[in-house]
Design a protein around this ligand. Sequence first.
Ligand code: ATP
Length: 325
Amino acid sequence: MKTEILKLLRSTDGYVSGQQISEQLGVSRAAVWKTIRRLQDEGYQVEAVRNKGYHIVETPDVMTKEELDSLMKTRWAGRNILYYETTDSTNLRIRQAGDEGAPHGTLAVADRQTAGRGRRGRTWESPAGNSIYMSVLLRPDIAPNKASMLTIVMALSVAEGIGQWIPMIQIKWPNDIIVNGKKLVGILTEMSAQVDYINHVTVGVGINVNMTEFPEEIADTATSLRLECGHTGKRAPLIAAVMERLEENYEIFLKTEDLSGLMDRYSALLVNRDRDVRIIGEKETYQARAVGIDHTGELLVRREDGSMEKIYAGEVSVRGVYGYV
Ligand code: ATP
């Protein structure tokens, strides 16, 4: 009922009467009042005015299931929500939910992670209270070798979703979102598959929202929305915006099972587009000019001798010639 009442309160800029709510939801006035009291206890500022009704003045920065449910405008992305105050890693929670049969689009969100992870065993700093740690369960009916494209789908969706709050958003191929040359978001895609089919895919996203300090090792390369915008932001609307973009972009991806419908938008946001990058592979490190991505999500680069090369994300790290981007 909390979710429904939040939705009703948000459906107007004015007041909603207790009578209206009780009629629409088929519950007693007393039950409505009790739920409003519970919302107020959770930090929602709900004004109650005699003869007018209730009006929501301020929403706390919470990512509870009810708050997220009341903001979600999607059909499947983020419709089934698992919320954790603290968990080891939302990717692990979604992998488990996937194994247990959770539906496509299930979203795990945590306020804090004790074992946040990056690619290749790296860690993701995940303190409480001011960032988003979330993972989505996808059940695509595609070949396992196409799953890495979902990282690109998510990166574009996050960039477009949070781009509504912050302009100047860019993507560092394949999986990081960058603002002013620093990392705002990391994405980690993991797959559970048989030889020829996918059981499920977990796409995890860490977004630095209101962090103002980072550990020394990443102080020069990490940033947050708050540091870039100069004010704090609410996390739940950001999540809802990303889910909306994900739903649309994922469906575009599925039509062709490749990135042909998304690669132009993604390439336009590439931080290194038309710039020299250092490609750090297992066997060699070399410099080349980044051109964009192709329909499979590989990075196209032009080597100094003019030849074009495709870089597969699993193998390498890409760095700017003079620094991180
Ligand atoms: P590569 O450039 O090789 O892809 P990466 O730096 O993108 O590597 P990821 O796996 O995406 O690696 O992210 C993990 C790295 O991100 C960590 O090694 C650390 O340097 C950095 N990092 C960890 N936590 C945060 C955070 N909260 N915000 C920004 N950067 C972070």
